[in-house]
Design a binder for this molecule. Structure first.
Ligand code: GLY
Length: 376
């Protein structure tokens, strides 16, 4: 089943190269993708899909297209195009770091280290967190951390490994701990974002950005948490991160609807007027569950539970959400949602949903866990 799904995905990627050219898929527009320049937080996912597709197929056209994206990311870094935010890890882990992992290209490694330095510009030393969005000192955004940032931290852990400079890892570990302490609630649900006093670092309170309401659990945020804490555990060995990933995963799996694919928020009322799914949340959670399982002993009581959750989610995505067999479709997964309350693509393909779906398939079929860490 996984094999057939990957074959279909790779065929779509091959077809898409021609239409996309030097532009980047962002979110869907019917059967097609809306294309953008290399100037958003999402551009790395197409690059990552090209590298994954190349690793699966060995097709030189995919490799050449992937290399071209890295050239584009080099130029983006040189010109500083839309890099004043925390999503540098998404952008450069899946493009230049992927090239370093796949081909051992040292220029790609150097570019990735520049990206880690760029991400460190978001570190607010006196208050000790990574500011997600906005300029330093912005009256609102200056004090905000967000759960999505957990996927940007592997770039920093990796940079410490490569350079021997512990500063990247030290900051990443503080951020992961702060996220655990403030973004994850006592019942293992999560806030999307949390505010601190930017002068003193004192906690203020949680708030949502893309979720249903303040205090609800945005499903994609919960999925970022499952995967992000498992990755922080991989790099630090701190058992609290593993425990947090497990607890968030259990919450996610316990609150799924019958078909095993998440709605966009876990706290939608019964009569919600916008009961959209977010297939991308389930794809991220699936890749995260696979990462989590890689750190557990098969004999552990929870192992079979998380494994069942992973297989159930992936079977449902493949059978009911994937575009397998539809040669008109540019996307891999239908029914993702970007920002429902903000009326942005509430029910379309999401390029990150496609990336994590393919990564989860590659994990299951080939044991390849994307480009968040180097393979030993
Ligand atoms: N990181 C942005 C999002 O998940 O929509």
């Amino acid at each position: 089943m996984w094999n057939k799904a990957i074959e279909d995905a790779v065929a779509k990627i091959q077809r898409n190269i021609g239409r996309f050219g030097d532009r980047y898929p962002h979110v869907g527009n019917g059967l097609k993708y809306s294309l953008i320049e290399n100037d958003d937080w999402t551009n790395g996912f197409w690059s990552g899909m090209l590298w994954l597709g190349y690793e699966y197929s060995g097709d030189g056209r995919l490799r050449d297209a992937a290399r071209r994206t890295v050239d584009s990311f080099r130029s983006r870094m040189g010109q500083g195009i839309v890099l004043d935010h925390h999503d540098i890890g998404f952008l450069y882990s899946l493009s230049s770091k992927a090239q370093w992992i796949v081909e051992g290209n040292t220029e790609a490694k150097e570019l990735t280290l520049l990206a880690a330095d760029r991400l460190m510009n978001r570190w607010r030393e006196h208050a000790a967190y990574f500011q997600a969005w906005g300029r330093e000192g912005d009256p609102v955004e200056g004090g905000r951390i967000i759960i999505d940032c957990l996927l940007n931290l592997p770039l920093l852990y990796w940079a410490s490994e490569k350079t021997g400079n512990p500063a990247y890892k030290a900051a990443a570990e503080i951020q992961a701990n702060k996220s655990r302490r403030y973004l994850v609630r006592g019942d293992d649900s999560s806030y999307h974002t949390f505010f601190f006093n930017q002068e003193t670092g004192e906690p203020i309170g949680g708030a949502t950005h893309q979720g249903y309401t303040n205090g609800s659990t945005w499903t994609r945020g919960q999925a970022w948490g499952i995967y992000g804490f498992a990755l922080s555990y991989r790099y630090t060995g701190d058992p609290l991160f593993l425990e947090t990933s497990k607890r968030m995963a259990r919450y996610f799996l316990e609150h799924l609807p019958e078909d095993g694919v998440a709605y966009w928020d876990f706290n939608l009322p019964q009569d919600a007027v916008n009961p959209y799914r977010d297939s991308s949340a389930s794809a991220i959670a699936a890749a995260g569950l696979h990462e989590l399982l890689s750190h557990l002993d098969e004999a552990e009581p929870g192992y079979a539970y998380y494994r069942r959750g992973l297989i159930r989610s992936m079977q449902s995505l493949v059978r009911h959400y994937a575009t397998i067999g539809d040669s008109q479709a540019e996307g891999l997964l239908k029914h993702g949602s970007y920002h429902v309350r903000g009326s942005q693509a509430p029910d379309e393909y999401m390029i990150w949903g496609d990336y994590f779906y393919l990564e989860a398939l590659m994990r299951l079929e080939k044991g390849i866990g994307g480009y968040w860490y180097e393979r030993r």
